[in-house]
Every structure is written in structure tokens, then in C-alpha cells.
Design a protein around this ligand. Structure first.
Ligand code: HEC
Length: 97
């Protein structure tokens, strides 16, 4: 039982650091906690729910979401698989004030 809890604990910590890693390259535009309008254009993404962020990022990948700068975001998430999109979205949503 203790071992199981330990494993779960480690998984939670790794998950958190992976979210932070996945968000690193995003911070230059969106701010350290997703608190900025990226290039004065995007929504403040830490005010979005995890679900809204996942929808947006998947939409950028398949071209079904976005405004005039959607091509830029497509490049940002092109290499992120579904699991990574969920992880980074959870990380951003958790930054909501
Ligand atoms: C070079 C600057 C830049 C980087 C780096 C960047 N973004 Fe963006 N992001 C933007 C811009 C500009 C928009 C608005 C694009 C549009 O016209 O739809 C946007 C939009 C978004 C949106 C949707 C918000 C809305 O307005 O609907 C999300 C979510 C998002 N970005 C997350 C991310 C994540 C996660 C990363 C890192 C993997 C990232 N961005 C990296 C500039 C950036």
C-alpha cells in the first residue's frame, strides 16, 4: 500500500513537471502563468478552462480553431500529441487566479 502511494505520488510530481516543461516555450508569448494577451491578440489563456484550452489546441492542430494568427499557434502545438495537449492545458488552467 505504501509503495502504491509512493508510486502515485511520484507520478503526480512527474506529471506536474511535464506540464511546466511543455509550457516553457509558450511563456515567451503567453506570460509565465498564461496571464498575458499573447502578441496582444490571444485571450488570457489562464482564464480558460482545461476543456476550452484542449479544444483550442486541437483546433489549431487540425485548422478548425483560431483567428488571424492561427498559423502561428499551429506551429506551436504541431508536435504535441493528445496526452501532451491535455497535460499542458491542465497546467495552464491550474494557474487561474
Ligand atoms: C510566438 C508567440 C506564441 C507562442 C510561443 C505560443 N502562443 Fe499561443 N497564441 C499566440 C497567439 C498570437 C494566439 C492567438 C492566435 C489566433 O489568432 O487564433 C494564441 C492563442 C492561443 C490559445 C487560444 C487563445 C484564444 O485566443 O482563443 C491557446 C490556448 C494558446 N495559444 C496556448 C499556447 C500554448 C499551450 C503554447 C505552447 C505550446 C503557445 N500557445 C505558444 C501566440 C503564441
Amino acid at each position: 500500500m505504501k509503495t502504491l502511494l509512493l508510486i502515485l505520488g511520484i507520478t503526480a510530481i512527474l506529471g506536474a513537471s511535464e506540464g511546466a516543461d511543455l509550457f516553457k516555450k509558450c511563456a515567451s508569448c503567453h506570460g509565465a502563468t498564461g496571464e498575458k494577451h499573447a502578441l496582444n491578440k490571444s485571450k488570457i489563456i489562464n482564464e480558460m478552462s482545461q476543456e476550452e484550452i484542449v479544444t483550442a489546441l486541437k483546433g489549431y492542430k487540425d485548422g478548425s480553431y483560431g483567428g488571424s494568427m492561427k498559423a502561428l499557434m499551429k506551429g506551436q502545438v504541431a508536435n504535441y500529441d493528445e496526452e501532451q495537449i491535455k497535460t499542458v492545458a491542465a497546467f495552464i488552467a491550474a494557474k487561474k487566479q
